[in-house]
Write a protein that binds this ligand. Structure first.
Ligand SMILES: O=C(O)C1=C[C@@H](OP(=O)(O)O)[C@@H](O)[C@H](O)C1
Ligand SMILES: C=C(OP(=O)(O)O)C(=O)O
Length: 425
């Protein structure tokens, strides 16, 4: 039973850093993710005057309920949308002038519903170049709070950013949500806010959903970061595809991350899945069935599924994933283009992709568009198709700098344990 130790969750690490910075006291984060996104988040906090101490297995953050320790700062958010969307709201609760910028990739990604909501709450926020995009400047003077309406149909991160801000406002926040994707990420947010002492409630009156967040700040705590469920998807998919077994300790029935539900997709495709309290095991059975699946809640795993779909016994159709077009790249187009490069028949629409297995496949250079998930997903395909290379293999640094070493090592073990799974096309 090969055990695969997956690095910490990006989403949980980013939220924990925010919450720890805003809390009263010193917080210790156990096994945070160390990657470009989370290092960028921690660096952003440092720029805002927070102290982030490090030991090999933990980070300690000195919280400042009164907000950033500096009155001016220039924060570079790199490629990380969690940094680029969460940190400006932390700064808004402080007192000073704070400028945020990001990589060319992140500058292209949308921000408008969040910045509009912040302006509606009275925050003085200017987009320095394109409206609704980085770079932006905030002249912060605390946030009174009140009622605000938000369209989170393109990204749940807008809602998470506002929720995290709620306890830092004078009167609390009521956020009426008109649309929402990636809802499990909001559940991570509310669960973690409660772990840091906040009072947050989801109210559904039959006409719509409102999140009510009480004022009162956050309390420092000790917080252990779960392994990253999106990262685990590559290893689980590899097991399903190669007829082998992978166990990921630390991700089990109580996991916060919705992306662990990817194993349910693998189960529907024919894999054996065993979710225990403290670990999850996927065993490939040699059967990979086609299916139609709605991935609105778990769309970071869409490329993982697309990458194993060519080996299914019938078409694989993935629906309701329009927002994957505004991630690190247009993931629907990038998956389709790369599958075609390998010889696979693919069709796409505004919010779906359909992979039709059957054509012979051959190795090719994968065009990554600087997207870590394109690399990690097609590395799984590479277990069955020799000759796959990547134009930018290093972009995995965003969430998993050691991916190639770790996946290679796990694969070596997988190969030794192979139980005669399905043969390559
Ligand atoms: O809040 C988070 O940590 C995330 C939310 C999701 O984004 P969207 O809500 O934009 O789909 C996910 O894709 C991203 O990797 C991380
Ligand atoms: C979409 C992603 O990242 P983010 O939105 O946090 O930049 C991702 O990690 O797949």
């Amino acid at each position: 039973m090969p055990l695969v130790h997956i690095p910490g969750s990006k989403s949980i690490t980013a939220r924990a850093l925010f919450l720890a910075a805003a809390a009263d006291g010193v917080t210790t984060l156990g096994r945070p993710l160390r990657s470009d996104d989370t290092e960028g988040f921690a660096e952003g906090l440092t720029r805002l005057g927070y102290r982030v101490g490090r030991t090999p297995d933990s980070w300690q953050v000195d919280g400042r309920p009164q907000g950033p320790a500096v009155t001016t700062a220039d924060v570079y958010c790199r490629d990380g949308a969690t940094t680029a969307r969460f940190l400006p709201t932390l700064a808004a609760a402080g007192h000073g002038t704070y400028r945020f910028d990001a990589s060319a990739q992140m500058r292209r990604r949308p921000l408008a519903p969040l910045t509009r909501a912040l302006r509606d709450l009275g925050v003085d926020l200017v987009h320095e170049e394109a409206e609704g995009h980085h770079p932006l400047r905030i002249t912060a003077n605390g946030v009174t709070g009140g009622d605000v309406t938000l369209d989170a149909g393109q990204s749940s991160q807008y809602l998470t950013a506002l929720l995290l801000l709620g306890p830092l406002t004078r009167d609390g926040l009521r956020i009426k949500v008109t649309d929402l994707v990636s809802e499990p990420y909001v559940e991570i947010t509310t669960s973690m806010m409660r772990a840091f002492g906040a009072d947050v409630r989801r109210e559904d009156d039959g006409n719509g959903v409102t999140y009510a967040v009480a004022p009162g700040g956050y309390r420092a705590t000790t917080y252990a970061v779960e392994p990253d469920a999106s990262t685990a998807s590559y290893f689980f998919a590899a097991a399903a595809l190669t007829g082998t077994e992978v166990t990921v300790p630390g991700l089990g029935a109580g996991a916060l991350q919705g992306d662990l539900r990817f194993v349910d997709v693998l189960r529907r495709m024919g894999a054996r899945v065993d979710v225990r309290d403290d670990r999850t095991t996927v065993t490939g059975t040699g059967e990979v069935r086609g299916l139609t699946v709605n991935m609105r809640d778990i769309s970071d795993t869409m490329p993982t599924l697309a990458a194993i779909a060519p080996f299914a016994s019938g078409p694989v159709r993935i629906e309701d994933v329009a927002n994957t077009r505004v991630k690190e790249c247009d993931r629907l187009d990038a998956c389709a283009e790369n599958l075609r490069r390998l010889g696979v028949e693919v069709a796409t629409g505004p919010d779906w992709i359909e992979i039709r297995p059957g054509a012979p496949m051959a190795g090719a250079d994968i065009k990554t568009y600087g997207d870590h998930r394109i690399v990690m997903s097609f590395a799984v395909t590479g277990l069955r198709v020799p000759g796959i290379t990547f134009d930018d293999p290093g972009c995995v640094r965003k969430t998993f700098p050691d991916f190639h070493t770790e996946f290679g090592a796990a694969f070596a073990e997988l190969r030794r344990g192979m139980s005669g799974g399905p043969s390559a096309n």
